[in-house]
Design a protein. Sequence first.
Length: 274
Amino acid sequence: ESATAFGCLLSDMWLGEFDHVSPEAFHSVFGKRYPTFSKRTQHDAQEFLICMLDDLHQAFKEEVRAQLCQERQSPGAGASTRSSSGTSIITELFEGELSHGIRCLTCKAHCERPESFTVLSLPIPPTRVCSLQDCLECFFQPDTLTQNNQIHCYWCGGNQDATVKASITKAPQIIIFHLKRFAWQDKSKRKLSTTVCYPFSDLDLSPYISTSCRNTTEYSLCAVVNHAGDLDYGHYTAFCKHSVTKHWYSFDDAQVTKIPDSEVQADTAYLLFY
């Protein structure tokens, strides 16, 4: 039901018959699945995005499973029909894979732990201005696991200090970065107003890509989700690049306006789509 409502929303947007389109129908259907988002209160765009992608993935995955079932039951269906592997158009477009390389500091044994992702949450350095590359450096820098974070080493047979370093083993077609603007400081949570400068094109992820990954590692910006306000009150807007005309547009509730490229670089950026 949510996949159908989302499809109708996309159709309305691309048909161009209206100055703006309200996602009320999709919001209503989605709220049935996730009651948290049904209320007219403040919610986090990143949390909503992850739930929405997962919901659409489940819907499309089930559709594939049903189609395979029909193929098996139809006359002349071959035995080579492949069962559903849990993939969908969502995983094909948005899913990447990280590998966490863990090395025991006692016996030097090394292991890799894979982890799939659809959104990378990047820490923001404690400065007034930084670049997206600075955020990526913070995310991918090696870390040392000690005390309560020690690993249980299979080779040593006990808890040991270790180092861990992440790398991308599968780069998604569309990579989404979440800038962690809401952070804890002195036992209280606050919003970071750091200016994060992000490239419009030629974002090179090769320094963070595993040698086993053969995907393209250069990306161009296609959309930005902005958050203006603080923890208790805020307003979301979006900048989106038209895939045909290459013009940028601002989406601010019912106001959809064409904007120059210079306005796309904003201090309020919260989610970046490449």
